[in-house]
Design a protein around this ligand. Structure first.
Ligand code: PMP
Length: 438
């Protein structure tokens, strides 16, 4: 693949447009732990694409499954017709999810999963005769994609500022972000769980019987990899249960092994009422998402008080044959190679290596959990975000390493197939880049 002659007809996501046009970074191919750039360099992937390719890139089993499916049944309409794969996949997914989240709705992305979950929350209360429960609660700095619901419950100011009219009746809990300067603590922060009690304050303000759902990312990625203080999610769960509020975990980035179990819900021992997923579900090889819902939610729609409720919801591409084939093959690879356990087992070495960056110039905090990592750099007073962006760019051009920057935080989320040498290479290269960046 060679570089395109024009790059102005396509709107790059987010704010990447101008930066990209000044200096395009184009990927041509990928395999295992590596990308290859159009200028022929081998780039070590420290990000699994964008938290997607947990089994590494272009895995032959997944490629073959997609090819086979494309040649057999390329598409089947999802309204009134079906095909076997979504059912087979749903059973596999149910076995991976924490009980009682054994039912799924399919989507095509994380954003659609979030909007779907919010709609289900509203419909669930209505079916149960509690239609006044319409308020939604997110968190400041939360990221839940770019759908209309997602930006409304999300709390990153830049993602919202152009859209004056967001969903009404949305509140945001304060974020544990402000507790993050935990001075290089390893794993989950030990203090700060009481911040969950802010939910009680919102309940007192609005009356619990008006609140439909609370949505949080167990680990907030886009805000700069913010870990939940020990006990924080448990406390949210208790408060939601006490007041009949549904708790939604957005596990678009934490789902499918990232933290050493299939879901963060399992690793942290807290079961929400719904889990939103995408990315690692199909290893990034086909667009797909899924919302896991509890038995109670499923039953409310099947046998609600007004009789069976016809919940009108679904996408043309829900349960798309190619996406299902990709997801089934992905789950096979995860199981055959025991990748969720591998993420847990490698976590100690990952922790040791990432914390060895402490003391490098401008490094003000380091965070880790499972195969998630963050190195926070001091912001330049006149240009916040510019140091993070420079490290990201230099890592790519000078060290052949792909990292992600969210502001001045360098985020890492490698494919779960990596070994100790890859971990060494990631941190040697990142360390060299940080040293070279004033
Ligand atoms: N939720 C979270 C927590 C995410 O990190 C993302 C994407 N990074 C999304 C939702 C949106 O997913 P998508 O880009 O597939 O719509």
């Amino acid at each position: 693949t060679s570089a395109p002659e024009r790059t102005d007809a396509y709107w790059m996501p987010f704010t990447a447009n101008r930066q990209f046009k000044a200096e395009p970074r184009l990927l041509a191919s990928a395999e295992g732990m590596y990308y290859r750039s159009v200028d022929g360099r081998e780039i070590l992937d420290g990000t699994a694409g964008l938290w997607c390719c947990n089994a590494g890139h272009a895995r032959p089993q997944i490629v073959a499954a997609i090819q086979r499916q494309a040649a057999t049944l390329d598409f089947a309409p999802s309204f009134q017709m079906g095909h076997p794969l979504p059912f087979v996949l749903a059973e596999r997914l149910a076995a991976l999810a924490p009980a009682p989240l054994q039912h799924v709705f399919y989507t095509n992305s994380g954003s659609e999963s979030v909007d779907t979950a919010l709609k289900i929350a509203l419909a669930y209360h209505r079916v149960r005769g509690e239609g006044q429960r319409t308020r939604l609660i997110g968190r400041e700095k939360g990221y839940h994609g770019v759908g209309f619901g997602g930006i409304s419950v999300g709390g990153l100011a830049n993602n919202r500022k152009f859209f004056g009219a967001l969903l009404p009746g949305v509140d945001h809990l304060p974020h544990t972000l402000d507790l993050r300067r935990n001075a290089f603590s390893r794993g989950l922060p030990k203090h700060g769980a009481e911040l969950a009690d802010e939910l009680e304050r919102l309940v007192a303000l609005h009356d619990a019987s008006t609140i439909a759902a609370v949505i949080v990312e167990p680990i907030a990625g886009s805000a700069g990899v913010i870990l939940p203080p020990e006990g924080y999610l448990q406390r949210l769960r208790e408060i939601c249960t006490k007041h009949g509020i549904l708790l939604i975990f957005d596990e678009v980035i934490t789902g499918f092994g990232r933290v050493g179990d299939c879901f963060a819900a399992q690793r942290f021992g807290v079961v929400p009422d719904m889990i939103t997923t995408a990315k690692g579900l199909s290893n990034g090889a086909a667009p797909m998402g899924a919302v896991f819902v509890s038995q109670a939610i499923h039953e409310a729609f099947m046998n609600g008080p007004e009789g069976a409720i016809e919940l009108f919801h679904g996408y043309t591409y829900s349960g798309h044959p190619l996406a299902c084939a990709a997801a089934l093959a992905t789950l096979d690879v995860y199981a055959e190679e025991n990748l969720f356990a591998a993420a847990h087992e490698l976590g100690d070495y990952w922790e040791e290596r990432i914390h060895a960056l402490q003391g490098l110039p401008n490094v003000i905090d380091i965070r880790n959990y499972g195969l998630v990592g963050a190195v926070e750099l001091a912001a330049r007073p006149d240009a916040p975000g510019s140091r993070g962006y420079e490290v990201f760019k230099r890592a790519f051009h000078e060290q052949n390493l792909m990292v992600r920057c969210t502001g001045d935080t360098i985020a890492l989320s490698p494919p779960l197939i990596l070994n100790r040498e890859h971990i060494d290479r990631i941190f040697d290269r990142l360390g060299a880049t940080i040293r070279a960046t004033a």
